[in-house]
Ligand binder design. Structure first.
Ligand code: PSU
Ligand code: MN
Length: 341
C-alpha cells in the first residue's frame, strides 16, 4: 500500500522505527535499479544493525582486499553491506567474490556524479559486461541512504586538497556530507589534504562533525589519519558509541537531512607522528602535480605513492585504522538498533 505524503511525513518525524519501504517510495523505479542482497534486505526489514562499507578502498585504495572488514562487522553482531557498482548494477551487499571480480577485471571510481552514467547500461538496459566501479565515500553514502542504511565505516574522508582554494579540488565527500543523512566513521582525513579548510567547508555544508574523545570532553583534535592530532579542534566530542547513536537518532528526528562525520583517531600504537609523514606527503603531492594526476586520479596516485615511499610502514597503520573505524561503526549500529527498539 502506498503511503500518503502526510502519513509518510508523520511516520518519518515521529517514529524511530522506520522500515525500509518508508525510506524509498514503495514503487519507485530506483528500488528496482538498486540491487540489495537478501541478507542486507532481511536485516533492514527486521531493523537489525547494518554497516555500509565502501568499495573504492578495494579498487583504488592500495591496501589489497583482504582487510577482513565484513568479519569485524559480524563479530559485533551487525550485518556488513559493501556498496559498489558490479557489471553496471548499483549494489548494496557485494560479496567478497564480487569485490575480487571488480579488482581483477578493473573498476572505475564512482562518486555521486558518476553513479547514473555507470548504472544505465547494466542496471537499466540490462547489457552484459557493463563496467564495474568502486564507490567512494560520497558514492557509497548515496547507495546506503537509498537502501536505508544509517551507519558507514571507512578509512579516510576526502577533503579540500592543498591549493584547493585555486584548483577547486574539493572532494565530493564533503558536499555529500552536506546533503545525505548517513553517519560516516573515519579517522578524519589524510595529512595530504588541507585540514583547516576541510573543516571550514564541512561547517558551511552543515555537516555534523564529532570526534571520539574516550572519556575526555574538553578539547579534542580532529584527527589527521596516521596522526591522532591535527592541531585543529573538532567542533564536537563524542563519549562513546551509545552517544553517537543518540546523535544519529536526534538528527533524524529533527529532520536534518545532512550527514554526520564521526572521527575516530587512529589507535595509539599504530599512530605515525605528523612530522615523520610530512616529507613523504610533500614528495607525493608534488609528483602528482608534476605528472598531471589531477581530479579523481589525484587521491589514488597520492595514496599509492605514499605507500611506496614509506616502504610499507604506512600501510599497516592504514589497515589498523580502517579496522578500528569499522568496529566502531558496528558498535554504533548495534546501539542505534537498541535505541530504536
Ligand atoms: N582516503 C583514504 N583511502 C581511500 C580514499 C580516501 O585514505 O581509499 C578514497 C575514498 O573512497 C574517498 C575517496 O571517498 O578516496 C576520495 O576521493 P576524491 O579525493 O577524488 O574525492
Ligand atoms: Mn578531487
Amino acid at each position: 500500500p502506498a503511503f500518503t505524503p502526510r502519513l509518510l511525513l508523520r511516520h518519518r518525524l515521529f517514529s524511530p522505527r522506520r522500515s525500509i519501504t518508508t525510506q524509498t517510495q514503495p514503487n519507485h523505479p530506483l528500488k528496482s535499479l538498486l540491487k540489495i542482497s537478501p541478507e542486507v534486505t532481511d536485516a533492514l526489514v527486521a531493523n537489525k544493525p547494518v554497516v555500509a562499507l565502501e568499495s573504492t578502498i578495494y579498487t583504488h585504495g592500495a591496501l589489497g582486499n583482504d582487510l577482513g572488514l565484513e568479519a569485524i562487522v559480524r563479530s559485533h553482531g551487525a550485518v556488513p553491506a559493501v556498496c559498489g557498482i558490479l557489471g553496471g548494477v548499483p549494489t548494496v551487499g557485494l560479496t567478497p567474490a564480487d569485490v575480487e571480480t571488480m579488482v581483477r577485471e578493473g573498476a572505475k571510481k564512482a562518486s555521486r556524479r558518476d553513479l547514473a552514467a555507470l548504472s544505465a547500461r547494466g542496471g537499466i538496459l540490462g547489457e552484459k559486461g557493463a563496467q564495474h566501479a568502486g564507490t567512494t565515500i560520497a558514492g557509497t553514502m548515496v547507495l546506503a541512504r537509498l537502501a536505508g542504511i544509517r551507519v558507514f565505516g571507512t578509512g579516510g574522508l576526502g577533503g579540500v586538497h592543498r591549493g584547493g582554494e585555486s584548483s577547486m579540488d574539493v572532494s565530493a565527500d564533503l558536499t555529500e556530507l552536506g546533503r545525505t543523512r548517513v553517519a560516516v566513521i573515519s579517522s578524519g582525513c589524510k595529512g595530504f589534504l588541507d585540514i583547516p579548510r576541510t573543516l571550514e567547508f564541512l561547517e558551511t555544508q552543515g555537516a555534523l562533525v564529532s570526534t571520539f574523545a574516550d572519556g575526555r570532553s574538553d578539547r579534542v583534535d580532529f584527527p589527521a589519519f596516521w596522526a591522532r592530532e591535527s592541531g585543529v579542534p573538532s567542533p564536537h566530542a563524542v563519549r562513546d558509541e551509545r552517544e553517537a547513536a543518540a546523535i544519529i537518532l536526534a538528527q533524524e528526528q529533527l529532520g536534518i537531512e545532512s550527514g554526520m562525520l564521526f572521527a575516530n583517531p587512529i589507535p595509539e600504537e599504530f599512530a605515525i607522528p605528523k612530522k615523520e609523514m610530512e616529507a613523504v606527503i610533500e614528495t607525493a603531492v608534488r609528483e602528482a602535480e608534476q605528472k598531471g594526476f589531477t581530479g579523481s586520479a589525484n587521491t589514488p596516485y597520492v595514496l599509492g605513492r605514499i605507500r611506496e615511499l614509506t616502504q610499507g610502514r604506512s600501510a599497516p597503520a592504514n589497515v589498523a585504522l580502517v579496522r578500528a573505524n569499522v568496529a566502531r561503526a558496528a558498535k554504533i549500529a548495534v546501539e542505534l538498533a537498541k535505541l530504536m527498539d
